[in-house]
Design a protein. Sequence first.
Length: 375
Amino acid sequence: MLATPTDTAASATSTTTDSSKVELKSTKAELPPTNNINQTTHNETLSFTPLKTISQLKQAELQPIKMMVNLLMEAVVVVDEHGTIQLINEHAIDLLVGDNLNNNEAVSPDDSSRIEEPMSTPTLIGQQWQTYLLEPQKSLYQKMVIESRTGARPLNHAPAETTLRLMDKSNKDVEVSITHFALNTPLFAIVIRDLTKYRMEYKQLHQWASTDCLTKLANRRVFDSELQNHWQSCTDKHRPISVLLIDIDHFKIFNDKYGHILGDYCLQKIARAIESSLPDADCTAARYGGEEFAIILPNCNAKQVEQSARLVQKNINDLTYIDIGLDASVTVSVSQGHASEINGQYRTSTALLCAADTALYRAKADGRNRINACL
């Protein structure tokens, strides 16, 4: 049967269409495979493969972050969402390596891996940030990672103090803050601030603020605070608490005769004698003012504070001042007054202190170098 023109045209059209399909399929087969991330739709879920090096991230995204990290004067570590270190600047390397690490070899904080390259140029790229954390921060970080896969969580974390375990096995107190970079591959910048210097300065400032600069005993501010704290604790537990006040006899005469420099040396020697007379570490010895000293004796009754007062008296009477250039015949004595709170005798710590002060003035009126108790 002969084909009609219409059939011929239809056949040609069909042949052309089939040929086009073949050519299209061939063209698709020849295209190079695209990036897996670009092929993934919003309805698909990517399986996670931990990143080991920054070469797997988009360089166009990393370059400005890398420049910023290297320019910052703070120690900065950039990690992926699973804690693998992707970028780190020199300040962070110096901090995490530690000061005592062997120059020939480095080990990670958990001894799980070794860095083969010389420690003069460590990179730490590919290590896990979690290995530098101690408990409970390490467990909290792992929990945060798990929660990041299952639900919403704060992506930025305000500065918080923690302790890091460095590569040289030492610990360092630091402040850590976390900032999220919203990129195709989630990254987190961890800023680390070394608190060692600040802790030392804080300790020094605290010492200056709480210590009498001349005698090195507690100052009046600390005495007042400790008295209130011990009073509350002892009365709550129905335990006794005592206060002993000490005043140097005729100290003005000593100062006028030998000068204020030697007077200061005298105060320092008496302070050491008082400190050595404390019955236990819970007691607080303070310079109360001028030539007057005070001792708080928690859990001590009237008999025990009397024994402490006699020891103070003996230690001070035994002092000599030859070492500061005075004659062996020079002696200094003290008068003492004490009071004890037992079973609600005094209603407040101030009342207890006033009772000890009254006893002190009685001791001075009785001829000095005396001990008086307010019963």
